[in-house]
Design a protein around this ligand. Structure first.
Ligand SMILES: Nc1ncnc2c1ncn2[C@@H]1O[C@H](COP(=O)(O)OP(=O)(O)OP(=O)(O)O)[C@@H](O)[C@H]1O
Length: 236
């Protein structure tokens, strides 16, 4: 579904991505893990076409994304920090997005809007929302257009435990429909029940891409957080 081949990205002298090759397929829920500054967000932005690699290429359903912007309508993206016009209400932001996507949008998926109980807050302005509520708006937008691929950057940061569970259940439900999800998170306990694959990055390099089962076998640890802690301490 998404294949990155030898992707390299430099910001001046800093190599943020160093020859990264990854294959992601339908039905996988991938956890993208790595220390701060290891290149996770840069990689996600390359997949989204927001950062252009210096070398290497990325295909989405076998088409090179460099020559095809249409593919982005198949991706729901939840950024690490959602930036919205502060004076707009939640309702206006949702309407604006629906308006922009009108031509390509099929049936809308408003399940998260209801589960997060955003219905009762539609009149609130974005600038007045709590951090967690802002996250809920970002998550709802990522799922709204029923995309085949979900790219979620630190989705549970700032969410309360109930909202985290609601989001996890939604991700699992979408996976059962064959969707691909890529999730970055430092809160690994949040990912334990939903992840099928782990991509581990360090200093811009792909250290490994393996199934959760394989990682558990290699480290002898059942919990993702303990398995990754072991990988990280072995690298030091
Ligand atoms: N636009 C940019 N200009 C210059 N340097 C950048 C830019 N974007 C990212 N970087 C640098 O690239 C490196 C990788 O950053 P990136 O945000 O991809 O890391 P990350 O793994 O997502 O980190 P975190 O876990 O802290 O979110 C960092 O050293 C960062 O400072």
């Amino acid at each position: 579904m998404i294949i990155a081949t030898n992707v390299t990205k430099k910001f001046s002298k800093l190599t943020a991505l160093d020859d990264v090759s990854v294959t992601c397929t339908k039905g996988q829920t991938i956890s993208l893990i790595g220390p701060n500054g290891s290149g996770k967000t840069t990689f996600i932005k390359c997949l989204l076409g927001m950062v252009v690699p210096d070398s290497g290429f990325i295909t989405f359903n076998k088409q090179n994304i460099a020559h095809n912007w249409q593919y982005r309508s198949a991706i729901g993206y939840m950024p690490q920090i959602g930036r919205y016009p502060e004076n707009m209400t939640i309702a206006q932001v949702l309407d604006m997005m629906k308006d922009i996507r009108k031509r390509s949008a099929g049936a809308l998926d408003e399940e998260l809007i209801h589960s997060f109980r955003l219905d009762g807050m539609m009149h609130k302005r974005m600038g007045t929302l709590s951090g967690g509520t802002r996250q809920k708006v970002s998550a709802s937008l990522a799922f709204l257009f029923n995309p085949d691929v979900l790219i979620l950057d630190e989705p549970t940061a700032g969410l309360d435990p109930l909202s985290t569970e609601i989001l996890k259940e939604k991700i699992m439900k979408e996976k059962q429909q064959g969707k691909l999800a890529m999730i970055t998170s430092h809160i690994l306990s949040d990912l334990d029940d939903i992840v099928t694959e782990v991509i581990y990055m360090e200093e811009g390099k792909l250290r490994f891409h393996k199934s959760l089962g394989q990682l558990q076998e290699d480290t002898g640890e059942k919990k993702l957080s303990r398995a990754i802690a072991q990988v990280m301490s072995a690298g030091n």
